[in-house]
Design a protein around this ligand. Structure first.
Ligand code: AMP
Length: 502
């Protein structure tokens, strides 16, 4: 993520997707390409793949644009090798510079075969400035303004012979959220912050049964598996389905997994740290067919809708989702309330973040580019409209207006998350506090601003009930303002980075 030194402390942040694979005998860059395709929802601004033949040079291709726009058949042929990592990046601001695309690639030339490394990061460091200053003091130079490059430089300049040892040493100094996939010319190493803020899953290409679990292991203990196993890691398990790999388990918080000649190795750092998995991954960010912490998200989201129906019933005729983010919760709401459900909107699936802006004339049609209401379905109806979240309220305001224009008689908004009131310092763009419609407004005030007949949000307890988890092991700071990592607020002030990225 870029460190915009003059940036707003609550500036934009990015959510990204990462992938890594060690699979001699397979077309690893092609597998990485398809895995990134499945992770496209985690970032539409840039994409990149780094690949290497064991012992050969690391080659990287990264560019602004969607996965399908960035890589040609020729690129994939050129990125030949036995191991690869990949990245998709998302950001909402002007920081969409090529330099901030990933994987980051560094050659320090100091420690033999691992002097060269590539690295892809999902998350956000809250002590990036300190680490940056320290490295600059040691004469390290940077080619981007990215905190991911800081991690790459820390690892590349570390004297340890094995990258895993460098990571184990550096990891406790990294504060914040990180699910990182790195590669040398020899192996892929993935690691997750000890709080487990961002997801990271482990998969296997071959039917080899369950991998050794890190549970119950401490310190530097390792597990080894079969030499012929082929492993991969990804932000979400949906990336495995598309390449024929099987989900094994989540990478544990603080776990370092190595995919290489020795099969799978695992060690764990700081396994006692407070766990803080992001609840917003369950609510909105991750794909519904991904599984995390034992939950298939489609099922968890439908349960959120069921609980929402119990907590906030509505006297209405029909339930419709805001597609696609409200689909699963709307199904749950309809099921639990006994109300019929239909599609009130058709969504254009091809509206992505685009570099071509609509221009003044088209801008007035606003969200119509994305959602078109079906008057035949909604006219004369008292509607329950289900969406996953409201941030600035722009989407909901226009949805309500479009439905009224299409003839709906009443619009009752039901949101399958609590009001978002606080920015995320751990890697999701949540906008600034002042821009959030729930900032210093009551639910009634918000309903008035949005122009709906009623508005209700799922309670935080309802979210946890739906995912079968507790606050003690999760981060819900965007709803509560209670940041689970010590020093987050101060760090936010200090890093003053336009911290985006990853
Ligand atoms: P807004 O118009 O700012 O209220 O945006 C809310 C809509 O954006 C909801 O329909 C969500 O599905 C979606 N959304 C929520 N959080 C995010 C996020 N961090 N990045 C992109 N879209 C989001």
């Amino acid at each position: 993520m870029p460190l915009g030194w003059a940036g707003d402390r609550e500036g934009p942040r990015d959510e990204c997707g990462v992938f890594g694979i060690y699979a001699p005998g397979h077309e690893v860059s092609r597998l990485a390409y398809f895995a990134l395709y499945a992770l496209q929802h985690r970032g539409q601004e840039s994409a990149g793949i780094a690949a290497a033949d064991r012992g050969g040079n690391i080659m990287t291709r990264r560019e602004l644009g969607l996965v399908s726009q960035v890589f040609s058949e020729n690129d994939l042929r050129t990125l030949a090798g036995e191991l690869a990592i990949g990245h998709v990046r998302y950001s909402t601001t002007g920081s969409n510079a090529w330099e901030n695309s990933q994987p980051v690639h560094r050659s320090e030339g100091t420690n033999g075969s691992r002097s060269e490394l590539a690295l892809a990061h999902n998350g956000n460091l809250i002590n990036a400035v300190e680490l940056h200053d320290e490295l600059v003091g040691r004469g390290v130079t940077f080619s981007s303004t990215s905190d991911s490059e800081i991690v790459a430089a820390l690892l590349a300049t570390h004297p340890a012979e094995r990258i895993e040892d460098a990571i184990a040493d550096v990891l406790p100094r990294l504060q914040g959220a990180f699910s990182i996939v790195a590669m040398t010319k020899e192996e892929v190493v993935a690691f997750r912050d000890p709080h487990g803020l961002r997801p990271l899953a482990l998969g296997v290409i071959a039917d080899v049964g369950d991998a050794a679990s890190p549970e119950g292991k401490s310190g530097q203990e390792r597990t080894r598996r079969n030499d012929s196993d082929r492993y991969c890691v990804a932000s979400e398990s949906c990336a495995f389905d598309i390449i024929g790999a099987s989900f094994m388990r989540d990478v544990a918080p603080g776990e370092i997994v190595t995919l290489g000649r020795g099969g799978l190795e695992s060690r764990r750092v700081d396994s006692e740290a407070r766990k803080a998995f992001c609840v917003f991954e369950y609510i909105y960010f991750a794909r519904p067919d991904s599984r995390m912490n034992g939950q298939v998200l489609q099922v968890a989201r439908a349960r959120m809708g069921e609980i929402l129906a119990r907590e906030a019933p509505a006297d209405a005729d029909l339930v419709i989702p805001v597609p696609d983010s409200g689909n699963a919760a709307a199904r749950g709401y309809a099921r639990a309330s006994g109300l019929p459900q239909d599609d009130g909107f058709v969504k254009n699936r091809y509206v992505a973040r685009t570099f071509i802006q609509p221009g003044q004339e088209l801008r007035k049609h606003g969200l119509r580019m994305k959602f078109n209401p079906l008057p035949e379905v909604v006219a004369g109806k008292r509607l329950v409209v289900v969406d996953d979240s409201i941030v600035r309220g722009n989407t909901t305001r226009q949805i309500v207006q479009m439905l009224r224009d299409a003839g709906a008689s009443e619009v009752h908004m039901r949101i399958s998350a609590p009001p978002i009131k606080h920015p995320c310092h751990y890697g999701i763009d949540m906008s600034t506090r002042e821009e959030m419609i729930a900032h210093e407004r009551s639910v009634e005030q918000i309903a008035r601003e949005l122009g709906c007949d009623s508005l209700a949000y799922l309670s935080l307890d309802g979210v946890y009930e739906a995912v079968g988890a507790t606050r003690a092991t999760h981060c819900d700071a965007c709803f509560t303002g209670q940041y689970p990592l010590d020093g987050t607020d101060e760090a936010a002030g200090k890093y003053a980075l336009e911290v985006a990225a990853t």
